[in-house]
Design a protein around this ligand. Sequence first.
Ligand code: ZN
Length: 221
Amino acid sequence: MLKQFINLLFPPKCVFCGELLAFNSKADICNLCLDKIPFLPDEIYKLGPAYSFDSVICLCEYTGIIKDAIKRFKFHNKSHYYRTFGRLLSDKIKKVTRGQKFDIIISVPLHKERQISRGYNQSYLISSFISKELKIKEKSYCITRVKNTNVQSLTKKEGRYLNVKDAFKARYPKEIEGKSIIIVDDILTTGNTLSECSRVLKESGAKDITVVAIASGKKFI
Ligand SMILES: [Zn+2]
């Protein structure tokens, strides 16, 4: 009831083009924009030993309308986009894992200073959404960022690994040990940040780690 009332006052709009949508619209996307999303195949990607995580679930390529929307989501206060990305990712996870169970879900943490200046952690908003949707416990507090690294996309390639090395610390190892974990991030670029997060979680005894990301740079998948 309350949701219907709010929708009457603030009708949902497509997050990509701004078009007004039907009141019962599920993910705030119009059909035209849905067709323009560069979706990746419904697959769970297994990776070799170069990365500390075991598999990857990624919604789409980092290009076109997705690229612009992620920029607004991260840098222009469009935090409510988490509902759209969270919904699409939850559906994708359900489709590709076919009942595989995960124990906990966490998000890549921002450094405290960056979180304060941005006002929110976009990946945490998504991991919380997926947590409710798929009934997986949200435990982002199990990892923390101890180094305020430069923004990855602005760093030269060779500096990227050193940049994130030892940037994270795992906490509450009892809650990590033996667990099947999902880590959420917005964009997969080199995979170094996610690999470094996974490394510290594995050191604390994580059983297996699946990365879930909205979009991937072409070189990755
Ligand atoms: Zn649209």
